[in-house]
Design a binder for this molecule. Structure first.
Ligand SMILES: [Zn+2]
Length: 270
């Protein structure tokens, strides 16, 4: 089974003791590629460094300031993200977005960091990895503006991905209409998450990705444990069951979608 984990934080300190074993288990489970996502400058640099020294699975680094870290996204820090991305080993700008659930950074700072990073992605022709929590409606005009400026659609590539999507099917369909993909995590299998399974069933297969968001969001039967990319199989199983399709079909399609999103993006941006 061909699998791609479209969102993880493998550079997290919780993997420092056994990262090699975690990567080996992912490869043994059929995971071909994993996105390693930055949340601030240091974790973005760590993602790029980890991707550079890892052959299998293939790692796609993303660079950006998470909405929780938006208050620290100074002009200087954002310029450093730009330098990192221009060096050519960054597959997407992210994770960026809005989080009005925990609201760890003021909303104004979140909007400012989001727009600055969308601008950077448009300029570099890179897709974006987007975090959204209780902010799906407010996010839409920001991403719609980006979609008109990003050169990716004219190259037949998605503008980005809404990661671990927690909104409604109707909201998901609007993002797909704008040219974004929607990613579901193992959390789509949590008992209370009926809407995520509606999203899984209701979107076209070519708009879906799967992810682990490791070390967060472990599968339902492993709650409380550290999550890891090998468990992306569980997200595939949840999506396949919701759609009434076989896991193999969902695995191959979501892997191809992820490679379309990240794969060609590692060529040096213009
Ligand atoms: Zn994340």
């Amino acid at each position: 089974m061909l699998l791609v984990d479209s969102h993880s934080h493998l550079q997290d300190a919780r993997f420092d003791g056994d990262r090699g074993a975690v990567l080996a288990r992912a490869a043994a489970a059929g995971v071909e590629a994993i996105a390693v996502c930055g949340e601030d400058l240091a974790s973005s640099e760590a993602a790029v460094a980890l991707a550079a020294r890892t052959d299998r699975p293939r790692l796609f680094a993303t660079a950006g300031f998470h909405p929780h870290e938006a208050a620290r996204a100074t002009d200087g820090a954002l310029a450093a993200i730009g330098v990192l991305a221009r060096a050519g080993n960054v597959a997407a700008i992210g994770e960026i977005g809005l989080d009005f659930h925990r609201e760890r950074a003021p909303r104004a700072a979140q909007r400012r960091a989001l727009d600055a990073q969308l601008e950077l992605a448009a300029r570099l022709g890179l897709p974006v990895s987007v975090h959204s929590r209780d902010a799906e409606a407010e996010l839409e005009p920001h991403l719609a503006r980006f979609a008109t400026r990003s050169p990716l659609a004219s190259r037949g590539r998605p503008h980005g991905v809404l990661h671990a999507f927690g909104g409604t099917l109707e909201q998901a369909l609007r993002y797909v209409g704008l040219g974004f993909l929607v990613s579901l995590a193992c959390s789509a299998g949590y008992r209370a998450n009926d809407e995520a399974r509606r999203v899984a069933a209701g979107l076209p297969l070519d708009a879906l990705l799967v992810e682990t968001d490791s070390p967060a969001l472990p599968p339902r039967d492993r709650r409380g444990e550290r999550n890891e990319p090998a468990h992306v199989r569980d997200a595939v199983a949840v999506v396949a069951e919701a759609r009434g399709e076989c896991a193999e079909t969902v695995a191959h399609a979501t892997a191809a979608n992820a490679l379309r999103l990240f794969g060609a993006a590692v060529e040096a941006p213009a």
